[in-house]
Design a protein around this ligand. Structure first.
Ligand code: ZN
Ligand code: ZN
Ligand code: ZN
Length: 364
């Protein structure tokens, strides 16, 4: 855990004129103090004042979990008993040295808590917590890049075993269960397992079904987990047996599109230019209408986070940003294909954290 994160957040708050940042169970809480708090009706809240030491308000019965997480290295624990009002506890912390004028509340806090806090601290104007944390999280530190590389290697190791799992007659769900186990060999959490066989591959977020695999089926396999706090996310396409000629043709277009997307990554390039580079290849091949989603999403402690690699996002890429490049072609009722790597922006281009072959793998 990086001991400078709280300090960097406080510097950002001082620069923005924000008096305190309030963080409930969320990726920001994990990022700031390493605590994966349960999202409960009982309030857990990290209170980070711009100019004083952070306090972690937790239900007393959660205090052992909070301590075990190591969060107490960064924040003083303030357990509250069942008969206490946690909103009043937070209010008292916020008003101890005067009336706060601007408070930042973490973007994913339940509205029930946000509304109660707003009623309890009426002096403040409220802003989104991402005003503080987005900039800090979007450019990864060397430690974070190392963690993303390790997660990338871990998911590569799972993909290396997928071909032997794909046999005619096995269902997507059976394959999915086996993949889930293999992900857990070197991840702490499984975030998703997509096995889209035949026509199911044409739905980008199809997960698993009881459809049995058949000879000649294309299979889109998109899998990811969390390893030591950082996420993996990798898609490859397989065929049960021999690859049909039309699928091979579509797949070659996709390989070129994915390469073009990665080749467009560089510091100073816009996020939308990466999307455009991949999309142009697909459109030129006549499949423009079949590429129905953005080209990628940032990744870190969250599976999907900024920057968004999408038309209209003119944000300039910076060295240390991490995101997926995952163009897809989807032909409804027939098949789909998507190739996805997570890349990190380097000083002069991109480094992929995934290294599995990107061509279609014939299984069996
Ligand atoms: Zn997705
Ligand atoms: Zn994915
Ligand atoms: Zn993805």
């Amino acid at each position: 855990m990086d001991t400078t994160r709280i300090r960097r957040a406080q510097e950002a708050m001082q620069a923005e004129g924000i008096d305190a940042l309030l963080v409930g169970p969320s990726p920001d809480l994990r990022w700031l103090v390493g605590y994966d708090a349960l999202p409960l009706e009982r309030l857990t809240m990290l209170v980070v004042p711009a100019e004083a030491d952070p306090q972690l308000v937790v239900p007393a019965l959660e205090a052992p979990r909070a301590e075990a997480s190591g969060a107490t290295a960064y924040a003083e624990l303030r357990p509250w008993e069942e008969v206490e009002d946690p909103i009043a506890v937070v209010r008292d912390l916020l008003t101890a040295t005067g009336s706060p004028r601007v408070l930042a509340v973490q973007d994913q806090l339940w509205s029930s808590f946000t509304l109660a806090l707003q009623q309890a601290v009426t002096s403040a104007r409220w802003v989104a917590g991402s005003r503080v944390t987005r900039e800090l999280r979007v450019v990864k530190t060397d430690d974070e890049i190392a963690a993303l590389r390790a997660a990338g290697a871990a998911i590569d190791a799972v993909h290396a075993q997928v071909a032997e799992m794909l046999r005619p007659g096995r269902t997507e769900a059976e394959v999915g269960r086996e993949i889930t186990e293999r992900i857990l060999d070197d991840h702490d959490v499984v975030n998703f397992v997509i096995v889209g066989s035949g026509p199911n591959g044409a739905s980008p977020h199809h997960e698993l079904s009881d459809r049995p695999l058949a000879e000649g089926d294309p299979v889109v396999v998109d899998i990811g987990g969390t390893r030591e706090g950082y996420c993996s996310d990798e898609t490859r396409n397989y065929v049960v047996g021999r690859c049909p000629a039309e699928y091979a043709e579509v797949h070659l277009v996709l390989e070129e599109a994915q390469r073009a997307g990665v080749a467009a990554v560089a510091p100073g390039a816009t996020a939308e230019s990466v999307d455009a580079a991949a999309r142009e290849v697909i459109a030129d091949a006549g499949y423009g209408d079949s590429f129905i989603h953005r080209t990628g999403h940032g990744i870190g402690v969250e599976e999907h986070e900024p920057p968004w690699i999408v038309a209209g996002n003119t944000e300039a890429l910076r060295a240390g940003m991490a995101f997926s490049v995952e163009p897809g072609i989807y032909l409804p009722d027939r098949f789909g294909a998507r190739i996805e790597d997570v890349v990190i922006v380097t000083d002069d281009g991109a480094e992929s954290v995934n290294h599995r072959p990107r061509h279609v793998i014939e299984a069996g």
